[in-house]
Design a protein around this ligand. Sequence first.
Ligand code: PLP
Length: 380
Amino acid sequence: MSYRPTWCEVDVAAIRHNVRAFRRVFSPEVEIMAVVKADGYGHGAPVVARAALEAGATQLGVATLDEAVQLRENGLGAPILVLGPTEGRHVEEAFARKIAVTVFDADTVAAVARATERRGWGAVHLKVDTGMGRLGVRDEAELINLYRQLLAVPALRVEGLYSHLACADEADPSFSVAQHDRFRRFVTRMSQEGLPVPPLHLLNSAGALRFRGWAYRLVRIGISLYGYYPSVHVKTGEVPLRPALTWKTRVAHVKDVPPGTPISYGATYRTTEDLRILTLPVGYADGFSRLRSNRGHVLVRGRRAPIVGRVCMDQTMVAVPRHWDVQVGEEVVLLGTQGAERIDADEIAREMNTISYEVLTLIGKRVPRVSVDVEGGGEV
Ligand SMILES: Cc1ncc(COP(=O)(O)O)c(C=O)c1O
């Protein structure tokens, strides 16, 4: 229960639609991992995970063990991989809950061996760094050495060998091609050493939209699960996506002001004509960024209304013409579609000089998420 008239509607039908859009372009042996880290990119991880699994995803990816535990505690039994680092002292807890961890160094491999012995179960994915410069083994000999240690642990499953593309959303594919070549060299080395090659995976959303031939056993879909293309360079009609999140609020106060009226902190905006100012109960503490002060828009009555003055911590003002008969309590769309108009996370990202990922994940805990199922009609 929330008393706050500011909320997000998460359309689970859109999540299902987006998974199916990817399902259609890959052969059945390619699995889809729904990446639901950061609370499902701000949408609510358990709800998104459930919808994605219903539509054909078979695995879940998260950034931290806490996020994986949250999914298990919400009754999700599907395979989960922690994509980020897991401290050695917590690996046993992961295995106790049948959660797979990512390994890329000797200390974690040792912790994995101990935890598997104690629990009688363990699952890992080995990660190699092919150009991202973040997590992963960079050296082939080191990879072989770690892999041999893992293979020597009874009851341990090495469920994957993977890497992450750094530039898959850019116009020029050459960096990704070099990363793929590097990935292949790790795989070839494993074969040459006579070791079994684990299931391979490399592609994020941009990669899956663009380099389908490199899908191997699994693709890891994050941002596109939520209905967004990572960039204009990978936007394709072959995988039609539907944004899942609509952020709404209700007008808290309406006032008619004459020309020359200052609005909000710093009086950075002054009306130049007769206007109707709407005060909205949303602010930067909700993730409605202060960078949008005097720049962004919201949707009122299916039309754009400019944000005027500075966005405050909990409130924001927008201006409409006097002849719009807007009432207190009227619904306003902050992100999403209203009538024929739409403001999406890409547009907001451009205003803030960032990416849709950040716009979505900034939406704060104070904003309740409500599931809707637009195919099925209404709230669930
Ligand atoms: C290792 C890994 N795989 C896949 C993804 C999903 O990426 P995207 O949201 O671009 O699809 C992420 C997210 O950054 C990631 O860190």
